[in-house]
Ligand binder design. Structure first.
Ligand code: ZN
Ligand code: ZN
Length: 333
């Protein structure tokens, strides 16, 4: 049985997956070895039944005709059972429980975030938002996340455009680290740390890549990797699940702009896109954001040993390079 163990020395919960070793597959019985996409239309029968789909009302479930589909993650280690945390001395553990789903974003395996139509991406973002809101409605959930991986070097096993949503009863260490800093700032100033950083970034402009009326794309001050870029809502909001539908087209616009800049400037880099959010709205100290992490370097021994990161591309340079890529694209148009 997959088990979550709490690290007694830090905030992390570690998933122990002894029976599967390091091989984790997120697709069903269809092998991508022949180059065909397991998520393409026509393969529905080989995948678990859909939970939700964007399809015309005349098109039956679990067949072709869809624009996007949500399925339970076929190989998920997270069983749907009640939280049964146990402890013995300094050790805490529980059976891995939670929900993991995949969102197949488009029937075309070759389309990218920046090449699908804006209207389609807005529908997909609404689907992610609604799944996260639904998953967060379970009272035992402590953390929800959305991740999207492109390229083998970033860990993707299927090239078809898709993402994952996950809801688990344990907190996420990276979100908790940010939340701890933000809570301390809020206790001292009464203000949101993310809002204050955003205000300073918009004043300085050095690290701002692009912005519109509702969202800002910025290379963070202490970017951990080259071209790490975040998208944050201008208005304070702790949960992505609460984004108003009329602001999603603006998120689409900025996300497509940013991904186009990264793809143009860095030749479609393998990238991890990670949503950091609270499950619910109403947290005055936390502010949701999307982190885009192109995988351009490998962490060396120093990074692990020192607990720091080595970033050879300062975020000011990365932001300038991306702004230039956007300006060039505009001239070309
Ligand atoms: Zn804020
Ligand atoms: Zn974050």
């Amino acid at each position: 049985m997959p088990v979550l163990r709490k690290d007694p020395f830090g905030p992390a919960w570690v998933l122990m997956l002894p029976e599967r070793g390091l091989e984790r597959s997120d697709f069903g019985s269809v092998s991508p070895a022949d180059g065909a996409s397991p998520y393409a239309p026509g393969n529905e029968a080989a995948l678990p039944p859909e939970i939700q789909a964007l399809r015309p009302s005349t098109s039956p479930a679990n067949g072709p005709g869809w624009r996007a589909r949500v399925l339970p993650a076929p190989a998920s280690p997270f069983g749907e059972r009640v939280r049964d945390e146990r402890s013995e001395g300094p050790f805490r553990w529980m059976q891995a429980c939670g929900r993991e789903e995949i969102v197949i974003e488009h029937p075309d395996p070759g389309v990218r975030l920046d090449t699908m139509s804006a209207a389609h991406l807005t529908d997909v973002l609404r689907l992610y938002r609604d799944r996260l809101a639904y998953l967060a409605s379970d009272p035992g959930v402590a953390h929800v996340q959305m991740t999207r991986t492109t390229g083998r070097a970033a860990g993707a096993r299927v090239d078809h455009p898709h993402g994952q949503v996950l809801a688990v009863p344990v907190p996420n260490r990276w979100v908790e680290e940010e939340a701890a800093a933000a809570a301390a700032h809020h206790a001292a100033t009464g203000r949101c740390l993310f809002c204050d950083v955003l205000e300073a970034e918009l004043r300085q402009r050095d690290r701002v890549v692009s912005a519109n009326a509702a969202f800002v794309a910025v290379a963070p001050y202490a970017a951990k990797t080259p071209f790490e870029t975040w998208i944050l809502p201008r208005a304070h909001e702790s949960a992505f699940a609460a984004v108003a539908a009329n602001r999603l087209p603006l998120l689409t616009e900025l996300l497509q702009t940013l991904v186009r800049a990264l793809n143009d400037a860095l030749e479609e880099p393998p990238t991890n896109m990670i949503l950091h959010t609270r499950p619910h709205p109403g947290d005055a100290a936390y502010h949701w954001h999307l982190e885009l992490l192109p995988r351009l370097t490998r962490h060396a021994g120093f990074d692990w040993a020192s607990g720091s990161y080595v970033n050879p591309t300062p975020p000011e340079d990365a932001a300038r390079f991306l702004r230039q890529a956007l300006a060039l694209a505009e001239v070309a148009e």
